[in-house]
Ligand binder design. Structure first.
Ligand SMILES: CC(C)(COP(=O)(O)OP(=O)(O)OC[C@H]1O[C@@H](n2cnc3c(N)ncnc32)[C@H](O)[C@@H]1OP(=O)(O)O)[C@@H](O)C(=O)NCCC(=O)NCCS
Length: 299
């Protein structure tokens, strides 16, 4: 059997061509020319590991760093091994290398369809743990940039700002969110947008209340540029506020001329899934999240 090895992506056009060739033989969805792919993979948030044999790329994992409300994370965004090299432990080795080189993040995450045993096995062998919960991927594809009015909502929609507003957001889901100070800091990081729906016009008022909120992460992957709706929260009975925020997320993506807005909606969260559908999101496949801590001596 020929030998293969694992190494970090060095940023060359030849490597980008090799990645594209493997992508075309597996997913076949990348819309970019090699030069555009090279630029995307060279972005500071991109973290790519390659498998190669005889100087040719035979597999890759494309990681993407995000830094949302719950801290820095490395998404194992796209994993592929050339069909003629599968079942030799290459995906397992790529994911293990990703864990070893992740540095500076709190967690790594991959999302995998439960009907993809090869990928599930590779994540498990590399030390990732599956979520008990399953998620439905829901996508809004942007076909034009003409703005659309937001659905009726009797309050305001605006980017989160100020300590009182952050505290009001933290109170919406204290078990799931960090303290207000961390929320405020994260909401100001590049690539992160937190929109809130509120009926309190004065955000500096101590009594300010947040009816609903969405966390949006701008991502530029090998397959698309989009806003990732990472989190959607709403107080009891505030479905109209939630729908307005989802529509506002779509409008924001249009304003930035992105391709789509995506959300992994927990299967158990019917309210969110219905709100997304109501705003034109299409349900796609079901996924499980696989999580791991970074590890210098991963298996
Ligand atoms: C998923 C994929 C990356 C796995 O690559 P790979 O290099 O063959 O994976 P590994 O050799 O590390 O195998 C990992 C485990 O999966 C098992 N496995 C591999 N292919 C399998 C298959 N077709 N069916 C069932 N199990 C399979 C292996 O036996 C191994 O398990 P083991 O360690 O218990 O023996 C590869 O099949 C692929 O590129 N598929 C198309 C793209 C894709 O689905 N990507 C993942 C999306 S999340």
């Amino acid at each position: 059997m020929e030998r293969w090895s694992i190494r970090p992506y060095a940023g060359t056009l030849a490597e980008a061509r090799g990645i594209l060739a493997v992508e075309q033989r597996t997913f076949g969805e990348c819309p970019y020319a090699p030069e555009e792919l090279q630029a995307r993979l060279g972005a500071p948030e991109s973290h790519v590991v390659l498998a190669e044999a005889a100087g040719q790329v035979i597999g890759f994992v494309a990681g993407l760093r995000t830094a949302g409300l719950c801290g820095p994370r490395l998404e194992a965004d796209l994993l592929a091994v050339d069909p003629s090299w599968q079942r030799q432990g290459i995906a397992t080795a790529l994911l293990t290398a990703l864990r070893r080189t992740a540095g500076g993040v709190q967690a790594l995450r991959g999302v995998v369809r439960p009907d993809n045993p090869a990928s599930e096995r590779a994540f498990a062998r590399a030390g990732f743990q599956p979520s008990a919960e399953t998620y439905g991927l829901m996508i809004y594809r942007i076909l034009g940039f003409v703005p659309r009015p937001l659905p009726a909502w009797s309050g305001e929609v605006r980017p989160l700002a100020g300590a009182h507003e952050a505290a009001a957001l933290a109170a919406l889901a204290p078990e799931a969110l960090p303290p207000a100070g961390d929320i405020l800091a994260a909401a100001q990081r590049p690539g992160v947008t937190v929109l809130v729906a509120t009926k309190t016009p004065d955000r500096s008022a101590e009594t300010c209340q947040v009816s609903a909120a969405v966390e949006l992460l701008e991502v530029h992957t090998l397959l698309y540029s989009g806003l990732w709706l990472e989190r959607a929260l709403a107080a009891r009975g505030q479905v109209a506020a939630l729908r307005t925020l989802i529509a506002a997320a779509v409008e924001e993506a249009k304003r930035r001329e992105l391709d789509e807005v995506g959300c992994l909606a927990p299967r158990a969260d019917r309210r969110l899934r219905e709100a997304l559908r109501g705003e034109g999101f299409v349900p796609l496949d079901c996924y499980r999240a696989w999580l791991a801590a970074p590890c210098e001596t991963a298996p």
